[in-house]
Design a protein around this ligand. Structure first.
Ligand SMILES: NC(=O)c1ccc[n+]([C@@H]2O[C@H](COP(=O)([O-])OP(=O)(O)OC[C@H]3O[C@@H](n4cnc5c(N)ncnc54)[C@H](OP(=O)(O)O)[C@@H]3O)[C@@H](O)[C@H]2O)c1
Length: 257
């Protein structure tokens, strides 16, 4: 039986990963800040699927939280075969509207935690000659979209770079780039979602199924769903200045991200 560790496991995309991996028979290590919610989720997944679900309470915006998850990933007696770096959030507002403390917290969770946890997991995976890391980025990585998009662009670049360095080691690296997904993300950030057309919303369970299929195929960058594949094709041929006008403001002050 293999074990997967998921950060941000209690809601949205992370919870969809937990449901799907548990249904497929993987043991889980569930990471987030809310211990009560983690315990409820672990009990439900254990009862429903007969898997072992471990709870690890950690705040990935703090050094001690990252260190606790690093220690679990580096424990050779309880190997983790799949790491899903999914925890993340949005700050409401454009550059200079958001406090520097909030900007730095985002970089800590989206970049530093992803760097350190990937490193802690990949060392053991390389020794064992197998394993996988999914880093949840966003299609915002490919368009000018404030500091959120910049942090997710880092995730994509980082993942592709590490994939190259680990080529042939048996360790798979994949950046997952979702479009809009119905989760708690926008509500938590205090962002309205009214201006986003219905067709742009993705379902978290379908997104995860597509992501795991892409990981099995050995993809390094996964953009699930034909709608977003087509949009990203358009992005590639659209002048950057024009793109910035459309994407950098949409939803960031008053709407979704
Ligand atoms: N929803 C979208 O439209 C969308 C689109 C593209 C990419 N994404 C990305 O997908 C990922 C998941 O987002 P989501 O939409 O599923 O959001 P969500 O529903 O708000 O869930 C976020 C999860 O992350 C955890 N979390 C947040 N801050 C944390 C911290 N400091 N330390 C540890 N855990 C933390 C939360 O649990 P606790 O509060 O208990 O810690 C929760 O389990 C994020 O990286 C996001 O940027 C989302």
């Amino acid at each position: 039986m293999t074990t997967a560790l998921i950060t941000g496991a209690t809601a949205g995309i992370g919870a969809a990963f937990a449901r799907r991996l548990a249904a497929d028979g993987h043991n889980l290590v569930l990471v987030a800040r809310d211990t009560h919610r983690l315990r409820e989720q672990a009990t439900e997944l254990h009862d429903r699927h007969g898997i072992e679900a471990e709870v690890l309470t950690a705040d990935l915006s703090l050094d001690e939280g990252i260190a606790a998850v690093e220690a679990r990933l580096a424990d050779r007696r309880q190997a983790v075969d799949l790491l899903v770096n999914n925890a993340g959030f949005g700050n409401k507002g454009q550059f200079l509207d958001v406090s520097m403390a909030d900007e730095l917290t985002m970089l800590k969770v989206h970049c530093e935690a992803v760097l350190r946890l990937t490193s802690a997991a990949a060392a053991g995976m390389r020794e064992r000659g197998r394993g996988g890391v999914v880093n949840v980025a966003s299609v915002a990585a490919f368009v000018p979209r404030g500091t959120y998009g910049a942090s997710k662009a880092w995730v994509v670049q980082f993942t592709q770079g590490v994939a190259k360095d680990l080529a042939g080691s048996g360790v798979r690296m994949m950046a997952l780039c979702p479009g809009f997904v119905r989760t708690e993300f926008h509500q938590r950030a205090g962002m309205g979602t009214g201006s986003i057309p219905g067709w742009m919303w993705l379902d978290a369970d379908k997104l995860v199924a597509a992501a795991l299929a892409d990981l099995a195929r050995g993809k390094q960058v996964s953009v699930p769903d034909a709608r977003y594949k087509a949009l990203m094709g358009l992005v590639k041929v659209t002048p950057r200045g024009l793109l910035g006008g459309v994407t950098s403001k949409t939803g960031r002050k008053y709407g979704p991200r």
